[in-house]
Write a protein that binds this ligand. Structure first.
Ligand SMILES: [Fe+2]
Ligand SMILES: [Fe+2]
Length: 164
């Protein structure tokens, strides 16, 4: 794929992916009792909404549009996760949030490299900052699940966790 189309398609996926993430985090913090965790994860939700807003601007500046079918699918997925978080207890949402974040940063690094190749320096810098924030999110969840008795089991099956 030509670099510009490759960049547009990552931004399009990320735009809809951030919708899933924001909806999922909304359900996540609503499922919690601890005031600090509620504050932390509503902050993360706000950051994902901000990413989505900025990705929308980036797409417009590239003369690209979000993918309407992907939007519907990712909204549906986000809603399912949002509701699911209310039912599965503390550990599973913390674990899968961290695992998901570990993939997000790679996507933004890839987009940043494409932007760099296209000579879009400001876009590269912003995408790099997005990747860093996703790494911070991952680090937060790593800290949360570390030492939890269920961790070794999930880590064996899903390959993500402290020290993986
Ligand atoms: Fe994000
Ligand atoms: Fe994130």
């Amino acid at each position: 794929m030509e670099p510009r189309s490759a960049l547009e398609s990552i931004l399009r996926r990320a735009y809809s992916g951030e919708l899933t993430a924001a909806l999922a985090y909304h359900g996540h913090w609503r499922s919690l009792r601890d005031a600090q965790e509620i504050a932390d994860i509503s902050q993360i939700e706000a950051e994902e909404w901000h990413h989505r807003f900025r990705l929308g601007v980036m797409l417009r500046e590239l003369d690209a549009r979000p993918d309407p079918i992907l939007e519907v699918r990712m909204a549906l997925l986000g809603t399912i996760i949002c509701l699911g978080c209310l039912m599965v207890g503390w550990f599973i949402p913390m674990y899968f949030a961290g695992r998901l974040e570990s993939q997000n940063d790679r996507e933004y690094e890839e987009a940043a490299a494409l932007a760099e190749g296209l000579g879009l320096g400001a876009l590269r810098d912003e995408l790099k900052a997005f990747a860093q924030l996703e790494r911070d999110h991952e680090a937060y969840f790593l800290g949360k699940v570390a030492g939890h008795p269920a961790l070794p089991y999930w880590k064996r099956w899903f390959g993500w966790g402290p020290g993986a």
